[in-house]
Every structure is written in structure tokens, then in C-alpha cells.
Design a protein around this ligand. Sequence first.
Ligand SMILES: NC(=O)c1ccc[n+]([C@@H]2O[C@H](COP(=O)([O-])OP(=O)(O)OC[C@H]3O[C@@H](n4cnc5c(N)ncnc54)[C@H](O)[C@@H]3O)[C@@H](O)[C@H]2O)c1
Length: 378
Amino acid sequence: MDGLTPEATGIALIGCGYVADFYLATLPNHPELVLRGVYDRDDARARGFADHHGIRSYTSLEELLAADDVTVAVNLTNPHSHYEISRRCLEAGKHVYSEKPFAEELWQATELVEYAERHGLVLSSAPCSLLGETAETVRSALARGLVGRPRLVYAELDDGAVHQMNFRDWASPSGAPWPYADEFRVGPALEHAAYYLTWLTAFFGPACEVVSYAALIQPDKAPGLDPAALAPDFGCALIRFGSGVVARLTCGTVAPEDHSLRIIGDDGVLSVPDCWDYGAAVTLRERVGMSESTPHYLTGPRRLPLVRPADHPHRYDRHHGHVMDFARGIADLAEAVRTGTGPRLGARHALHVLEITLAVAGVTGAARTFLQTTFDQT
Ligand SMILES: NC(=O)c1ccc[n+]([C@@H]2O[C@H](COP(=O)([O-])OP(=O)(O)OC[C@H]3O[C@@H](n4cnc5c(N)ncnc54)[C@H](O)[C@@H]3O)[C@@H](O)[C@H]2O)c1
């Protein structure tokens, strides 16, 4: 900002559940975002959250939407409510930042994007890890040709064997329980595929084809929940990008946690250990001739300097190493509103990511999807 104090932007949160505390923890990284208040259809949850944080809670969605000092609505409701809430907010003239998935169905997200475009409103969607120092370092390394022409990607989003953990006891600092029933109904692909799909589409441009397989491997993960209502807990997809790159993406809650990424190019390999850490190391192995010290025709891993220090002081660190600045996406959107430029996390990009996500999530069985949406890669 060239030393200038940015103008403040009033925001309000809708949904005061488990993730809302992550946002409260990281809002102070962005002092230009001024939290006016929060709303949840569960009165007790809204009041508990507001009291815990010493903030205002609105008594109705209408009251929040009528507030002139709220410019940006942040949709932190459950995926099933995303479309309805984002739509209500846009219709009230608010700019909207939505948690992922952008919507549960492609037609819903398409309608939201077109509505926002017609009415000059800014709309964007989590995850915002593309704005993290690690993702920017990978992008810069690719642009500088450090691996030559990228050809193949292995992206892992295994979250660990959640069913073997004490997930019923997990709670946020303000006391919201981890919504396991909803998480198991929505499934890891819709919940998490966007973390890497946002990166890969930003790096390699729009995708054109997805072949996926998804299965419910652990139907008895939560006694009391009807297995017929549970989403696949494992999915693997092959994605072909228009630029020629092919990616294999895995999402699941059965295998041990692994959120790593490898990008293989003609001249080397870029690796990241965890996309849930905005400051995770980026390493490069360069292709060289075979020698005793390079039997695999690759140098040892060399850590690349991050594009800037990942030193945002306010973090939400769920486990060791999961360090994300959740509010950064809202700041990106608020800056777009202030400056009249497009957000770095554009709505058309999010729409394309959702279409791939839906193809990755599939239904049990194999599916091949030729993609219809596209976006202008920036
Ligand atoms: N739980 C996580 O670790 C996590 C992490 C990152 C992102 N997310 C995303 O954040 C979103 C919320 O997840 P969560 O874990 O906080 O869920 P949650 O169930 O804990 O909280 C959601 C809150 O939204 C409220 N709500 C739902 N529909 C509403 C409506 N129509 N109007 C008003 N309030 C409504 C619910 O009452 C609930 O309090 C999801 O999209 C999820 O994918 C979750």
C-alpha cells in the first residue's frame, strides 16, 4: 500500500460455527477489515460466539443485510446454505466472500457469478491459499522456468484417518463442535479439492477433462449416521489441462495425512510438503546427468527462498504445521472493491474450480467429464 493507511471496509460474518474462529483469529492481520457483527440462524451459537469475541450479533439476516456500514458479507455457513445465503447477500447489494465449496451445484454458482457481474458486485470464494507465500513462490518458480516445461503433477489431499480420531470431541475456541455429520455428508473432495485445484488452475490455466473414481471406504465411520447419506471418503482424479499438463489429485479421510505436491517438468521437480501451511518450504531438484551422487538424474532438494517472509502474526494453527491466514481472501476482495479492480481470487476462476471439484467428487464409480467452463488465467 506504499505506506498509505488503507480505507476501512466493513464486513459481517454469516455462520458462527467451527471455522468462524479461524477467521476471527486471522482478521487482525488485515486491520483494514472492520468486523461490524455476526449472524447465525442458531441464536445460541450466534450469542455464544459474539460474547466470546466481544462483538455484536445481529438478530436476523435482514438486520445484517440492511446495515449500511457492512460492505462485504462473509458466508461461513454449511455448504448446503452457501447458495441461498450468497444469493440473499448479493441481492441486498453486498459484495460476497464465500467459504468453499462455492456452491453445491454448478448451476447455483453460475447464477451467483452472473448476478454479481450484472450488478457490479465482487464475489469470490475460499480457499485463499493461492495468495500464500508458498503458492506464490511455486508460481514464480514455474514462471522463471526452473523446472522447464511442466508435464505432470501429483497433488495429495489426504486428511488422515478421521474416523479413527476423537472427532466428536473437537471444538473451536468459542465452543463450536466440529460438524462431523455435515463433513461426512459433504465429503473430502467438495471440502478440500479446491485447495490444490485453485493452485493448479492458476499455474496451468483451465482444465479440459477429468477422469475420477470415488468410493465410500469407511461407511461405518460414525455410528448413528446413515451410510446412505455419506459422501465418498476417497477420491482420485486425473485432470488434463488445456496447456497439456496432467495432474493426479487424491482426496480422502482414510489414508494418513499427506498434503504434499510435486510438479514434474522437463528440467526438474518442485515439491511442497503441505498446502495448509502458507509458509511451507518449496524445494527444487534439478535434472542433471547421472553420476554417483545423482543416480536418479536429479540433484538433492534445494530450498527456494519464499517470495516474501510468511510472517503474518495472527494465525490459526489447528495442528502443528497447518498455518493459514483465513482472512486474506476477504482482504483481497475488499481491496478489489476499494480499487475497482478484479480480485486475485476471481469468481470465474472459482466457478471453474467448482466444476472440476464436482467432477472429482463424482459419485461412487468411475466418471469421465469434459469440462464446459473456463476462465481468463491472470
Ligand atoms: N471445519 C473446518 O475445519 C473448516 C475449515 C475450513 C473451511 N471450512 C468451511 O467453512 C464452512 C463452515 O464450516 P464449519 O465447520 O464452521 O461448520 P459449522 O456447522 O460448525 O458452522 C456453520 C454455521 O452456519 C450456520 N448456518 C447454516 N446455515 C445457515 C443459514 N442459512 N443462515 C444462517 N446461519 C446458518 C449454522 O447454524 C452453523 O452455526 C463450510 O463451508 C466448510 O467447508 C470448514
